[in-house]
Design a protein around this ligand. Structure first.
Ligand SMILES: [Zn+2]
Length: 134
């Protein structure tokens, strides 16, 4: 994990999650006021929730309207790469800290990275419904 501007214990960070299975349009930009590890755990458990739903309903699928900031990563590897193992989350995503900032500047900072890395759907993994700041 790159520690540019912070480390796993840093708070108020903007981070990127990159899907290793895609060669382009594969970046998600997120922010967290807690530490990255907690945030990654939340992304991962959202993926587990998707797997649980899929197990209980073989016709389960996710539409764009079902995707939020927390399950966007899990939805990507489930829908695009047909992943169904719990271990797939860790093998598919690389997390990098992009910057560490203050709570006041975090939204602005996130938005500037979303623009710079062009991570908004369909050019990246930030979902179409997400409004920066929510
Ligand atoms: Zn991918």
């Amino acid at each position: 994990m790159s520690t540019q501007g912070g480390n796993c214990k840093s708070r108020n960070i903007v981070y990127a999650a990159t899907c290793k299975l895609c060669t382009k349009n594969n970046v998600y930009v997120g922010k967290t006021v807690t530490c990255l590890r907690d945030r990654v755990n939340k992304h991962r458990s959202s993926y587990y929730d998707i797997l649980k739903s899929a197990k209980n309903d073989t016709t389960f699928s996710l539409g764009l309207e079902d995707i939020d900031d927390l399950n966007a990563l899990g939805a990507h590897i489930f829908s695009v790469h047909k992943k169904s193992e719990r271990t797939d989350f860790n093998s598919c995503f690389v997390f990098d800290i992009l910057c560490s900032t203050s709570p006041d500047d975090i939204r602005k900072c996130e938005q500037s990275y979303i623009d710079r890395l062009k991570s908004k759907y369909p050019f990246g993994l930030n979902n179409a419904n997400s409004v920066s700041g929510i």
